[in-house]
Ligand binder design. Structure first.
Ligand SMILES: Nc1nc2c(ncn2[C@@H]2O[C@H](COP(=O)(O)OP(=O)(O)OP(=O)(O)O)[C@@H](O)[C@H]2O)c(=O)[nH]1
Ligand SMILES: [Mg+2]
Ligand SMILES: [Zn+2]
Length: 320
C-alpha cells in the first residue's frame, strides 16, 4: 500500500469514528429527553410525621389518606406528585408561612404552604391577649404574601375587645369569636369558604376549638388551659389540613411559644403597620423614635396610632 493509500484509509477510519460518536451523541440526547418526563402534582400534603408525609388525592376529597416517605422537605398545603408511593416532585409554592427554628435565626421552617389566609388566633383572655405576637404574625403574612385575619377568641369570657379592635383600625379584618355562644362562627366560616387558611397562635387560645366549630363536627382534640400557669397544654402536636364542606381547607397548627422572624425588612415593617406607614412624617429618614416634629410620634400622641402598635413597631424596627 502506498503512503497515499494508507492516509486515505486512516481518514476513512477517522470519519467512521466521528460518525459513530455523532450517532452515540444523538442516542444520548434522545435518552436525555426521555429521562425527564414532566411531573404534575396529583396529591395534597395534609400532614407531616416522622415517617414521611400524609397525602390525599387532589382530585377527590373523599378523606382517603396515605403515608408516603419523602426525602425533600414538605409542609401541609404542598402539592406533590407521588410515584411508587414516594414524593417525586413538589410543585412551586404560591405562598408560605415560615418561622425561624427555635435557637437558630438562620434556619427557616415552613409551617404551611399555598395559603390564602393566615388566621391569627388570639384569646381576649385565658391566656392573655399578646399584641406583640399578633404583630410578628402580620410581618410573616406580608413576607409570605398571605391575607391576615385576626380572630379574637373567648369573647364570652372577656367582652372588652378593644385591644383586638385596634387592628381593625389598621385595616386588618377582625372577627370576634366564641365557641360557647357561637359568636362569629358563621362569619369566620363564610370568610374562609373556598380558601386555604392556617390557624396559628399561642397554645390554648382555641385554634382546634374554632376548627371544630366552623366544621360543625369534631375534627381535632382540644385541651383545657392549665389552672396554675394559665397557659395552654400544647394539645395539638402537629399541623393538619382539614377539608370543609364549603371548600375551605383549614390547617390547624400546634400552639407556639415564640415566633422567630429572622431579619425584618423595611418593606415588611410598613406592610405590617399600614397605619404607621400611612402617617405623614416630614422627615425622609426618620426612625420615628425621638425626633422633634416626627409625624408618627404626633399620631401616637393624638391617639391616632395605638401605643401598643407603636411599641411593637419600635421593637421590630430595632431588628432591621
Ligand atoms: N370560654 C371559652 N373557652 C374556649 C373558647 N374556645 C376554646 N376554649 C377553651 O380553651 C381551651 C383550649 O382550646 P384548644 O382549642 O385546645 O386550644 P388550641 O389553641 O388548639 O391549643 P393547642 O392545641 O395547645 O395549641 C379549651 O378548654 C377550650 O374549651 C371560647 O370561645 N370560649
Ligand atoms: Mg389545638
Ligand atoms: Zn418620624
Amino acid at each position: 500500500m502506498t503512503r497515499q493509500e494508507k492516509r486515505g484509509l486512516a481518514d476513512m477510519r477517522a470519519m467512521k469514528r466521528h460518525q459513530r460518536i455523532d450517532e452515540i451523541l444523538v442516542i444520548k440526547d434522545r435518552k436525555k429527553k426521555k429521562a425527564a418526563p414532566k411531573l404534575e402534582p396529583d396529591s395534597l400534603v395534609i400532614g407531616v410525621t416522622t415517617g414521611g408525609c400524609i397525602v390525599a388525592s387532589l382530585e377527590v376529597e373523599d378523606g382517603v389518606t396515605r403515608l408516603c416517605p419523602t426525602k425533600v422537605s414538605v409542609a401541609p398545603g404542598d402539592r406533590v406528585a407521588i410515584r411508587q408511593e414516594k414524593v417525586a416532585y413538589v410543585a412551586p409554592r404560591r405562598t408560605t408561612l415560615s418561622r425561624t427554628a427555635p435557637g437558630n435565626p438562620h434556619l427557616e421552617r415552613v409551617i404551611a404552604a399555598n395559603l390564602d389566609i393566615l388566621v391569627i388566633v388570639a384569646a381576649m383572655t385565658d391566656p392573655p391577649f399578646r399584641p406583640a405576637l399578633v404583630d410578628r404574625y402580620l410581618v410573616a403574612a406580608v413576607r409570605g404574601g398571605i391575607q391576615p385575619v385576626l380572630c379574637a377568641t373567648k369573647v364570652d369570657l372577656c367582652r372588652d375587645t378593644g385591644p383586638a379592635d385596634v387592628y381593625r383600625d389598621a385595616g386588618i379584618p377582625v372577627v370576634h369569636c366564641s365557641i360557647h355562644d357561637n359568636t362569629g362562627i358563621d362569619e369566620l366560616r363564610n370568610l374562609l369558604a373556598g380558601s386555604v387558611a392556617v390557624f396559628a397562635g399561642h397554645s390554648g387560645v382555641g385554634k382546634s376549638s374554632l376548627l371544630n366549630a366552623v366544621a360543625e363536627e369534631h375534627r381535632a382534640r382540644t385541651g383545657a388551659v392549665s389552672d396554675g400557669s394559665g397557659k395552654g397544654r400544647h394539645t395539638t402536636t402537629s399541623a393538619r389540613l382539614h377539608h370543609l364542606p364549603n371548600g375551605a381547607k383549614i390547617i390547624d397548627t400546634p400552639g407556639i411559644r415564640e415566633f422567630g422572624l429572622g431579619p425584618v425588612t423595611a418593606g415588611e415593617l410598613s406592610g405590617a403597620f399600614p397605619e404607621i406607614a400611612a402617617c405623614q412624617c416630614r422627615f425622609r429618614d426618620c426612625r420615628h423614635q425621638t425626633e422633634p416634629g416626627c409625624g408618627v410620634l404626633a399620631g401616637v400622641e393624638a391617639g391616632e396610632i395605638a401605643k401598643l402598635r407603636y411599641d411593637s413597631y419600635r421593637r421590630l424596627a430595632a431588628e432591621l
